[in-house]
Write a protein that binds this ligand. Structure first.
Ligand SMILES: [Zn+2]
Length: 420
């Protein structure tokens, strides 16, 4: 009865009558895998070595490093995100010179990160594609989809990480305004460019902060022998642009201190959130006590381009002019009757330590999770302690209402963005 003792062995997959599912062998899966697995990097053949394209600056180590970074994952989505991170795509603002109509096509810029210092250098498309071993169509598809998915992104055509530009609210962390002391012919130097900075966990961004910075500069400027002082608010100043350019060259700046270091390197820095150095006063509240609302002044406040403030016997007269050249208005006092003399103006001190609202903190947490992945919690990383504290402090104090922020635009201060 040998048949009974015979054991039945399972056959190999190839010999079985019913073929089991072997997705790993499916043609479409194999093709997909090979599409997103490494293609050898090639050294650029072009000779670009100028400001806009610096392909020649790349070393073989840079190329291998950048190539390896893309293929860390063979997942298409991860790779596409990588591509988006190192390209900037935008619609050219200038109309087509031949057709005199706005351009329909998108323009892209490409960047490769240097291995040593993390600086992103601009390269031509050819180099970008060859180093990564990817096809032009793929990059174009990824960028076009990204552009149309959130149109606002493309407006900021800075190099680098574009995912985080979706919501400027989210990443607004370090605020800075610069005050240049001197005449228009003076050179911009560290000594005469004063940069007041703070971060939004410490103070909001509003008229109190701006006024306090200006007040601090005024009382600390030697004005002996001067009878006239001109204050000019230009748009986004040249000095801050210089700084922002530097910041954008770095791929990721995580710590607010890194911004502060950059500010300190380039300007005379003042920490507005440090009461030992600068006091932030509640000018807004105090001015409401002392001044008539601007709507009832003797000239139109909003369209005025120039304001003349003159010391008078009883106080200060104000004259507003809507033109840059001609003067048509008259000087008059704008204080409330019986509000006292300018000497009675005593604004209260604003305490540092503003609460960030819940939504914003949640989105910071979300961004960090996205950037550092969910396998390793970002809270374990020492360099992110600042954010950890921020979120923990919030949890303990979330009963307090956040202070409303003034609606104030880039005209008086430039915002610095933290790029994740
Ligand atoms: Zn090139």
């Amino acid at each position: 009865m040998s048949d009974c003792t015979q054991t039945i062995e399972s056959t190999t997959l190839e010999n079985s009558r019913k073929r089991p599912r072997q997705p790993a062998k499916w043609k479409c899966i194999i093709n997909k895998k090979s599409r997103y697995s490494p293609q050898l990097p090639q050294y650029p053949e072009c000779n670009h070595n100028k400001k806009l394209m610096q392909c020649k600056q790349l070393t073989m180590a840079d190329i291998l490093h950048f190539h390896k970074a893309l293929y860390q994952s063979d997942n298409k989505i991860d790779q596409d995100n990588f591509i988006i991170k190192f390209c900037s795509v935008y619609k050219p603002k200038r109309p087509n010179p031949y057709l005199n109509e706005p351009r329909k096509t998108l323009t892209s810029k490409y960047f490769i990160i240097k291995k040593n210092d993390g600086i992103m250098i601009p390269v031509c498309r050819q180099t970008f594609l060859k180093v990564l071993g990817i096809k032009r169509d793929r990059v174009q598809g990824v960028l076009a989809r990204h552009f149309h998915a959130d149109g606002k992104t493309a407006k900021e055509n800075r190099g680098g990480d574009h995912k985080s530009h979706k919501n400027t609210e989210r990443k607004r962390k370090v605020q800075a305004i610069a005050i240049v002391v001197g005449s228009s012919t003076d050179k911009l130097q560290k000594q005469n460019v004063h940069c007041y900075h703070w971060n939004e966990s410490q103070l909001p961004t509003g008229s109190n902060e701006i006024a306090s910075a200006i007040y601090h500069r005024l009382v600390n400027t030697d004005m002996e022998n001067f009878t006239t002082l001109r204050l000019i608010a230009d748009g986004c100043g040249e000095f801050l642009h210089k700084l922002i350019k530097k910041i954008r060259k770095k791929e990721v700046i995580v710590q607010p201190e890194e911004y502060v270091n950059l500010i300190e390197e380039n300007f005379t820095a003042w920490n507005l959130a440090d009461p030992q150095t600068v006091t932030v006063y509640d000018w807004r509240k105090e001015s409401k006590k002392y001044l008539k609302p601007p709507g009832s002044w003797h000239f139109q406040f909003n369209p005025s381009k120039r304001f003349f403030l003159k010391k008078t016997k009883n106080g200060v007269s104000v004259q507003g002019e809507v033109n840059y050249k001609s003067e048509c208005s008259i000087p008059r006092a704008v204080n409330k009757k019986g509000s006292g003399t300018p000497n009675s103006i005593k604004p209260s001190v604003v305490t540092v330590g503003k609460k960030i609202n819940d939504k914003k903190l949640k989105s910071i947490d979300g961004l960090l999770k996205k950037h550092y992945g969910t396998n390793k919690p970002w809270k374990d990383l020492e360099q992110l302690n600042f954010y950890k504290d921020l979120i923990q402090n919030f949890d303990e104090n979330n009963l307090e209402e956040p202070i409303p922020e003034d609606d104030f635009s880039c005209e008086y201060a430039e915002e610095i963005y933290l790029a994740f």
